[in-house]
Design a binder for this molecule. Structure first.
Ligand code: SF4
Length: 189
């Protein structure tokens, strides 16, 4: 049976893809390890690589504000990325890197066992929902992923680059809050 200790220890020394060469820190994941809601981004940026924590820096601050808007904070969710080591110059992680890193993420998902997953951006949505997923057209909709439900919204970095997307992202957040509240009230029945 898997455990967080085993997973963290094994993952910390991973050299399964070339991204290990440039990392200062492997960015494993953070948050509530029994959360009902898990957020999955792309990969660490510069600050994340330096601090070893996902979603710090400007995109992280925006993510915190987004969570606050829907009455959540980091203690209530779990956050991870598709790849745990920083791609050079903040480029998108490549397919082979995502594939090499996938087993770590799958084990995180199994251990957290969230009922709801939110993909932050195109990279995690195409990896976890559907290869041809179009974030601009299909964001904000729930899909089934086995026994879980999964939705994609814009990555905070994309919202920093293109603030015109923020109203759409806000609608997605409202949808996440609605589903999360329904889940919590069903637990209390
Ligand atoms: S990105 Fe993932 S697969 Fe590649 S070295 Fe880092 S932890 Fe291992």
């Amino acid at each position: 049976m898997d455990s967080w200790d085993a997973l963290k220890t094994e993952c910390s020394s991973c050299r399964a893809c070339p991204l290990c060469e440039g990392r200062h820190n492997l960015v494993f994941g953070v948050g509530n390890e029994q959360a009902d809601l898990m957020f999955i981004g792309e990969g660490p940026g510069e600050q994340e690589d330096l601090q070893g924590v996902p979603f710090v820096g400007p995109a992280g601050k925006l993510l915190d504000s987004m969570l606050e808007m829907i009455d959540l904070d980091r203690s209530m969710i779990y956050i991870a990325n598709m790849v745990k080591c920083r791609p050079p110059n903040n480029r998108d992680p490549q397919g082979a890197e995502i594939a090499a890193c996938r087993s770590w993420l799958d084990r995180q998902i199994s251990l957290v066992d969230p009922k709801l997953i939110v993909c932050l951006g195109r990279i995690s949505a195409t990896a976890l929902i559907r290869e041809d997923f179009r974030i601009t057209r299909e964001h904000g909709r729930w899909f089934d992923l086995g026994s879980r439900r999964i939705l994609a919204t814009f990555h905070p970095s994309a919202l920093l680059r293109d603030p015109s997307r923020r109203p759409e992202a806000f609608m997605d957040l409202r949808e996440i809050r609605k589903e999360y509240r329904a889940l919590k009230s069903s637990h209390n029945l």
